[in-house]
Design a binder for this molecule. Structure first.
Ligand SMILES: Nc1ncnc2c1ncn2[C@@H]1O[C@H](COP(=O)(O)OP(=O)(O)OP(=O)(O)O)[C@@H](O)[C@H]1O
Ligand SMILES: [Mg+2]
Length: 249
């Protein structure tokens, strides 16, 4: 990693619980700007919970999260009721977590990515519509723009959600299993786009299940199983005891 790299995301002693059950305990790590990080671990390990905690979608029991952007620093604290980190991170949720029966077109889904920037009372104009068109073109889904989102296949939906994240134009992107259930062609299209985002200085954290592709896709790996089992450059993690430990219950 470059020596002049800047820490963009700092998670310190983070613990998260649902009701009284602690599912993540004492997680601390730092992420440098412009890196692509895999979050790995078995089902139920707390990967999605970690992502949601970073977004402020689930309350923190303990710990802090600090996002250092070019223009400002945004923090979240354990015990606090509000957290506006959500407004500064683009998020692609795990597909199974989204209600696809919503009557909305592909184009509108992507256009929604501009709402936060516009504020809720301003309507998107030509500029936003052009951005949405361009993003749909990037992910190869422009032909489907007027189709209802519910009428797409899983892989097509994943492309559309990446397009929505692209128009958000944030510095940090959190993607929860973006490659789940998609074919090799779609996967390589998405990876290519992600690498381009990285080259443009974006920071990506991606929940990932396929350990075979860690080395080709990612710089570093966060190994999660109720706690942070380990973290490091891909070459240090792959083949190490840390992966075995992460996947043992
Ligand atoms: N809303 C919720 N309320 C209560 N418990 C939850 C909730 N969401 C998740 N959990 C529990 O928290 C733990 C971690 O769940 P999480 O979804 O973060 O796992 P994951 O690592 O993303 O798993 P997967 O690989 O299956 O997506 C699990 O035991 C799960 O049952
Ligand atoms: Mg998950």
């Amino acid at each position: 990693m470059m020596s002049d790299s800047k820490c963009i995301l700092k998670v310190d002693h983070l613990s998260v619980a649902y009701d009284d059950t602690v599912v993540l305990k004492d997680v601390s790590f730092q992420i440098e700007q412009g890196t692509m990080t895999a979050i790995v671990g078995p089902n139920g390990a707390g990967k999605s919970t970690l992502v949601k905690a970073m977004l402020g979608l689930v309350p923190l029991v303990e710990g802090t999260i600090e996002l250092t952007l070019d223009t400002k620093t945004v923090s979240a604290y354990g015990g606090a009721k509000t957290n506006n980190i959500y407004n500064h991170i683009a998020y692609v949720p795990q597909t199974s977590a989204v209600d696809w029966d919503y009557p909305i077109t592909v184009f509108e889904v992507v256009l929604m990515g501009t709402y936060r920037r516009l504020g809720w009372f301003k309507r998107p104009g030509k500029r936003e519509r052009d951005e949405a068109t361009k993003a749909l073109q990037t992910v190869g889904m422009l032909d489907y723009a007027q189709r209802s989102i519910s009428q797409l296949s899983g892989g097509q939906q994943q492309r559309v959600f990446l397009a929505r994240a692209l128009v958000e134009n944030q510095e940090v992107y959190l993607l929860d299993e973006p490659f789940k259930g998609i074919d090799k062609t779609t996967e390589s299209v998405l990876v290519k786009i992600m690498k381009e985002m990285q080259s443009a200085g974006k920071t990506l954290l991606i929940v990932h299940h396929n350990l075979q592709t860690l080395e080709t896709y990612f710089d570093q790996v966060l190994c999660v199983n109720r706690r942070l089992v380990g973290m490091g450059p891909v070459r240090d993690i792959v083949g190490s005891h840390i992966l075995d430990e992460t996947y043992s219950y």
